[in-house]
Design a protein around this ligand. Sequence first.
Ligand code: URA
Length: 429
Amino acid sequence: MIAKKRDGQRLTPEEIQFFIDSYMSGETADYQAAALLMAIYLRGMDDGETQALTLAMARSGQRVDLSDIPGVKVDKHSTGGVGDKTSIALIPLVASAGVPVAKMSGRGLGHTGGTIDKLESIPGFRTDLSVEQFKHNVRTVGAAIIGQTEELAPADKMLYALRDVTATIESVPLIASSIMSKKLAGGADKILLDVKWGEGAFMKRAEDAVQLAKTMVAVGNLSGVPTRAVVTDMNAPLGRTVGNSLEVMEAISVLKGQAPEDLSLLVRYLGSIMLTMAMEAVDLEAAGALIDRLIQSGKACETLERVIAAQGGRAECVNNPSLLPVAREQRTLLSDKAGWVSRVSPMCVGRTAMSLGAGRRKKGDNVDLSVGIVLLKKPGDAVERGEPLARIYGATPSATEDAMESLATAFFIQDEPPSLTPLIYQEVQ
Ligand code: URA
């Protein structure tokens, strides 16, 4: 199989199934799996091979059965970025429209954050529910969120760890099978994917993100789970906050109608698509209007309180953000010149947040939920010399000072107003 793929040939579904089975059992060694992954990385896979790989990985563990929960369950997944807290706002928003949400999310790795880490900054919030408890909460509260379990697509867990150390992450068939195997095992009726492109994303070029989106949509649809994708911008951090508790606060501000424009727009757009996928009689415009009403009436905020309480968290934090941890050491980064902000590097902001302790360098590292960055200027904003660009929240004076230095390199300021890349690039279905 390694030689076949090295020479650019197609693998059969039986061969792919054998690879997953034998890797799980230990019969195929890590070095052989790594060689095959590199051959796939270099030679690619067609949609049929990618689907066979996805299904073999999905079948390596349990498939959650949500069929006894009434209603169309729509799952949403982002390929990952910096400041992407949309899921935390979307879950209660969509649930408050009466659409059940059963969401499995991941932790952050590298420069990108993860929904599970962010939610754990809410005092008491548990993300390790059993599958039974998870389903119970979806049925009674309308929404629940858990971290990946050992039983769900365990082949992905093994392969992802191997890819992480063999330079084989950024491959369309490997990312598509990794994400879609978990989504299919999660048991939702329909799937919406937010595929990020840009400097802060896995896919640096929009064309590659579109290809990834098309591949994942094809795999979902071929597997009998209607799937749609939107390709969106990750050339700047989303919203103004990066760091776990700070991002939860900003997600809550979406539900209060007080969030930055890019974040509010993306939540409204993704939420509208999720509602139209679940409620066939509703069109995009009506779904958007419904979302506005759910925010204005306070219903979405109330649903978030119920979701938090049902998972053991302190629901009062929705109206009292001071209950969330915020690091004491604070510094403000000032602009050394006047002009317009043309770029805020998501990679640099993400890495600076990670160096403050908001993320992990490797699996198993501890995360400091209280540290992070608030961007006071975003691309397109005018800035005066000496005006604040960002505020840093760190655990120690020296870490905060180091972060000031590194964050200064994230901001690019020019004399003319910049032209910016659009937030929504393309829809794929
Ligand atoms: N997220 C995943 O779950 N897998 C990948 O390969 C990339 C992003």
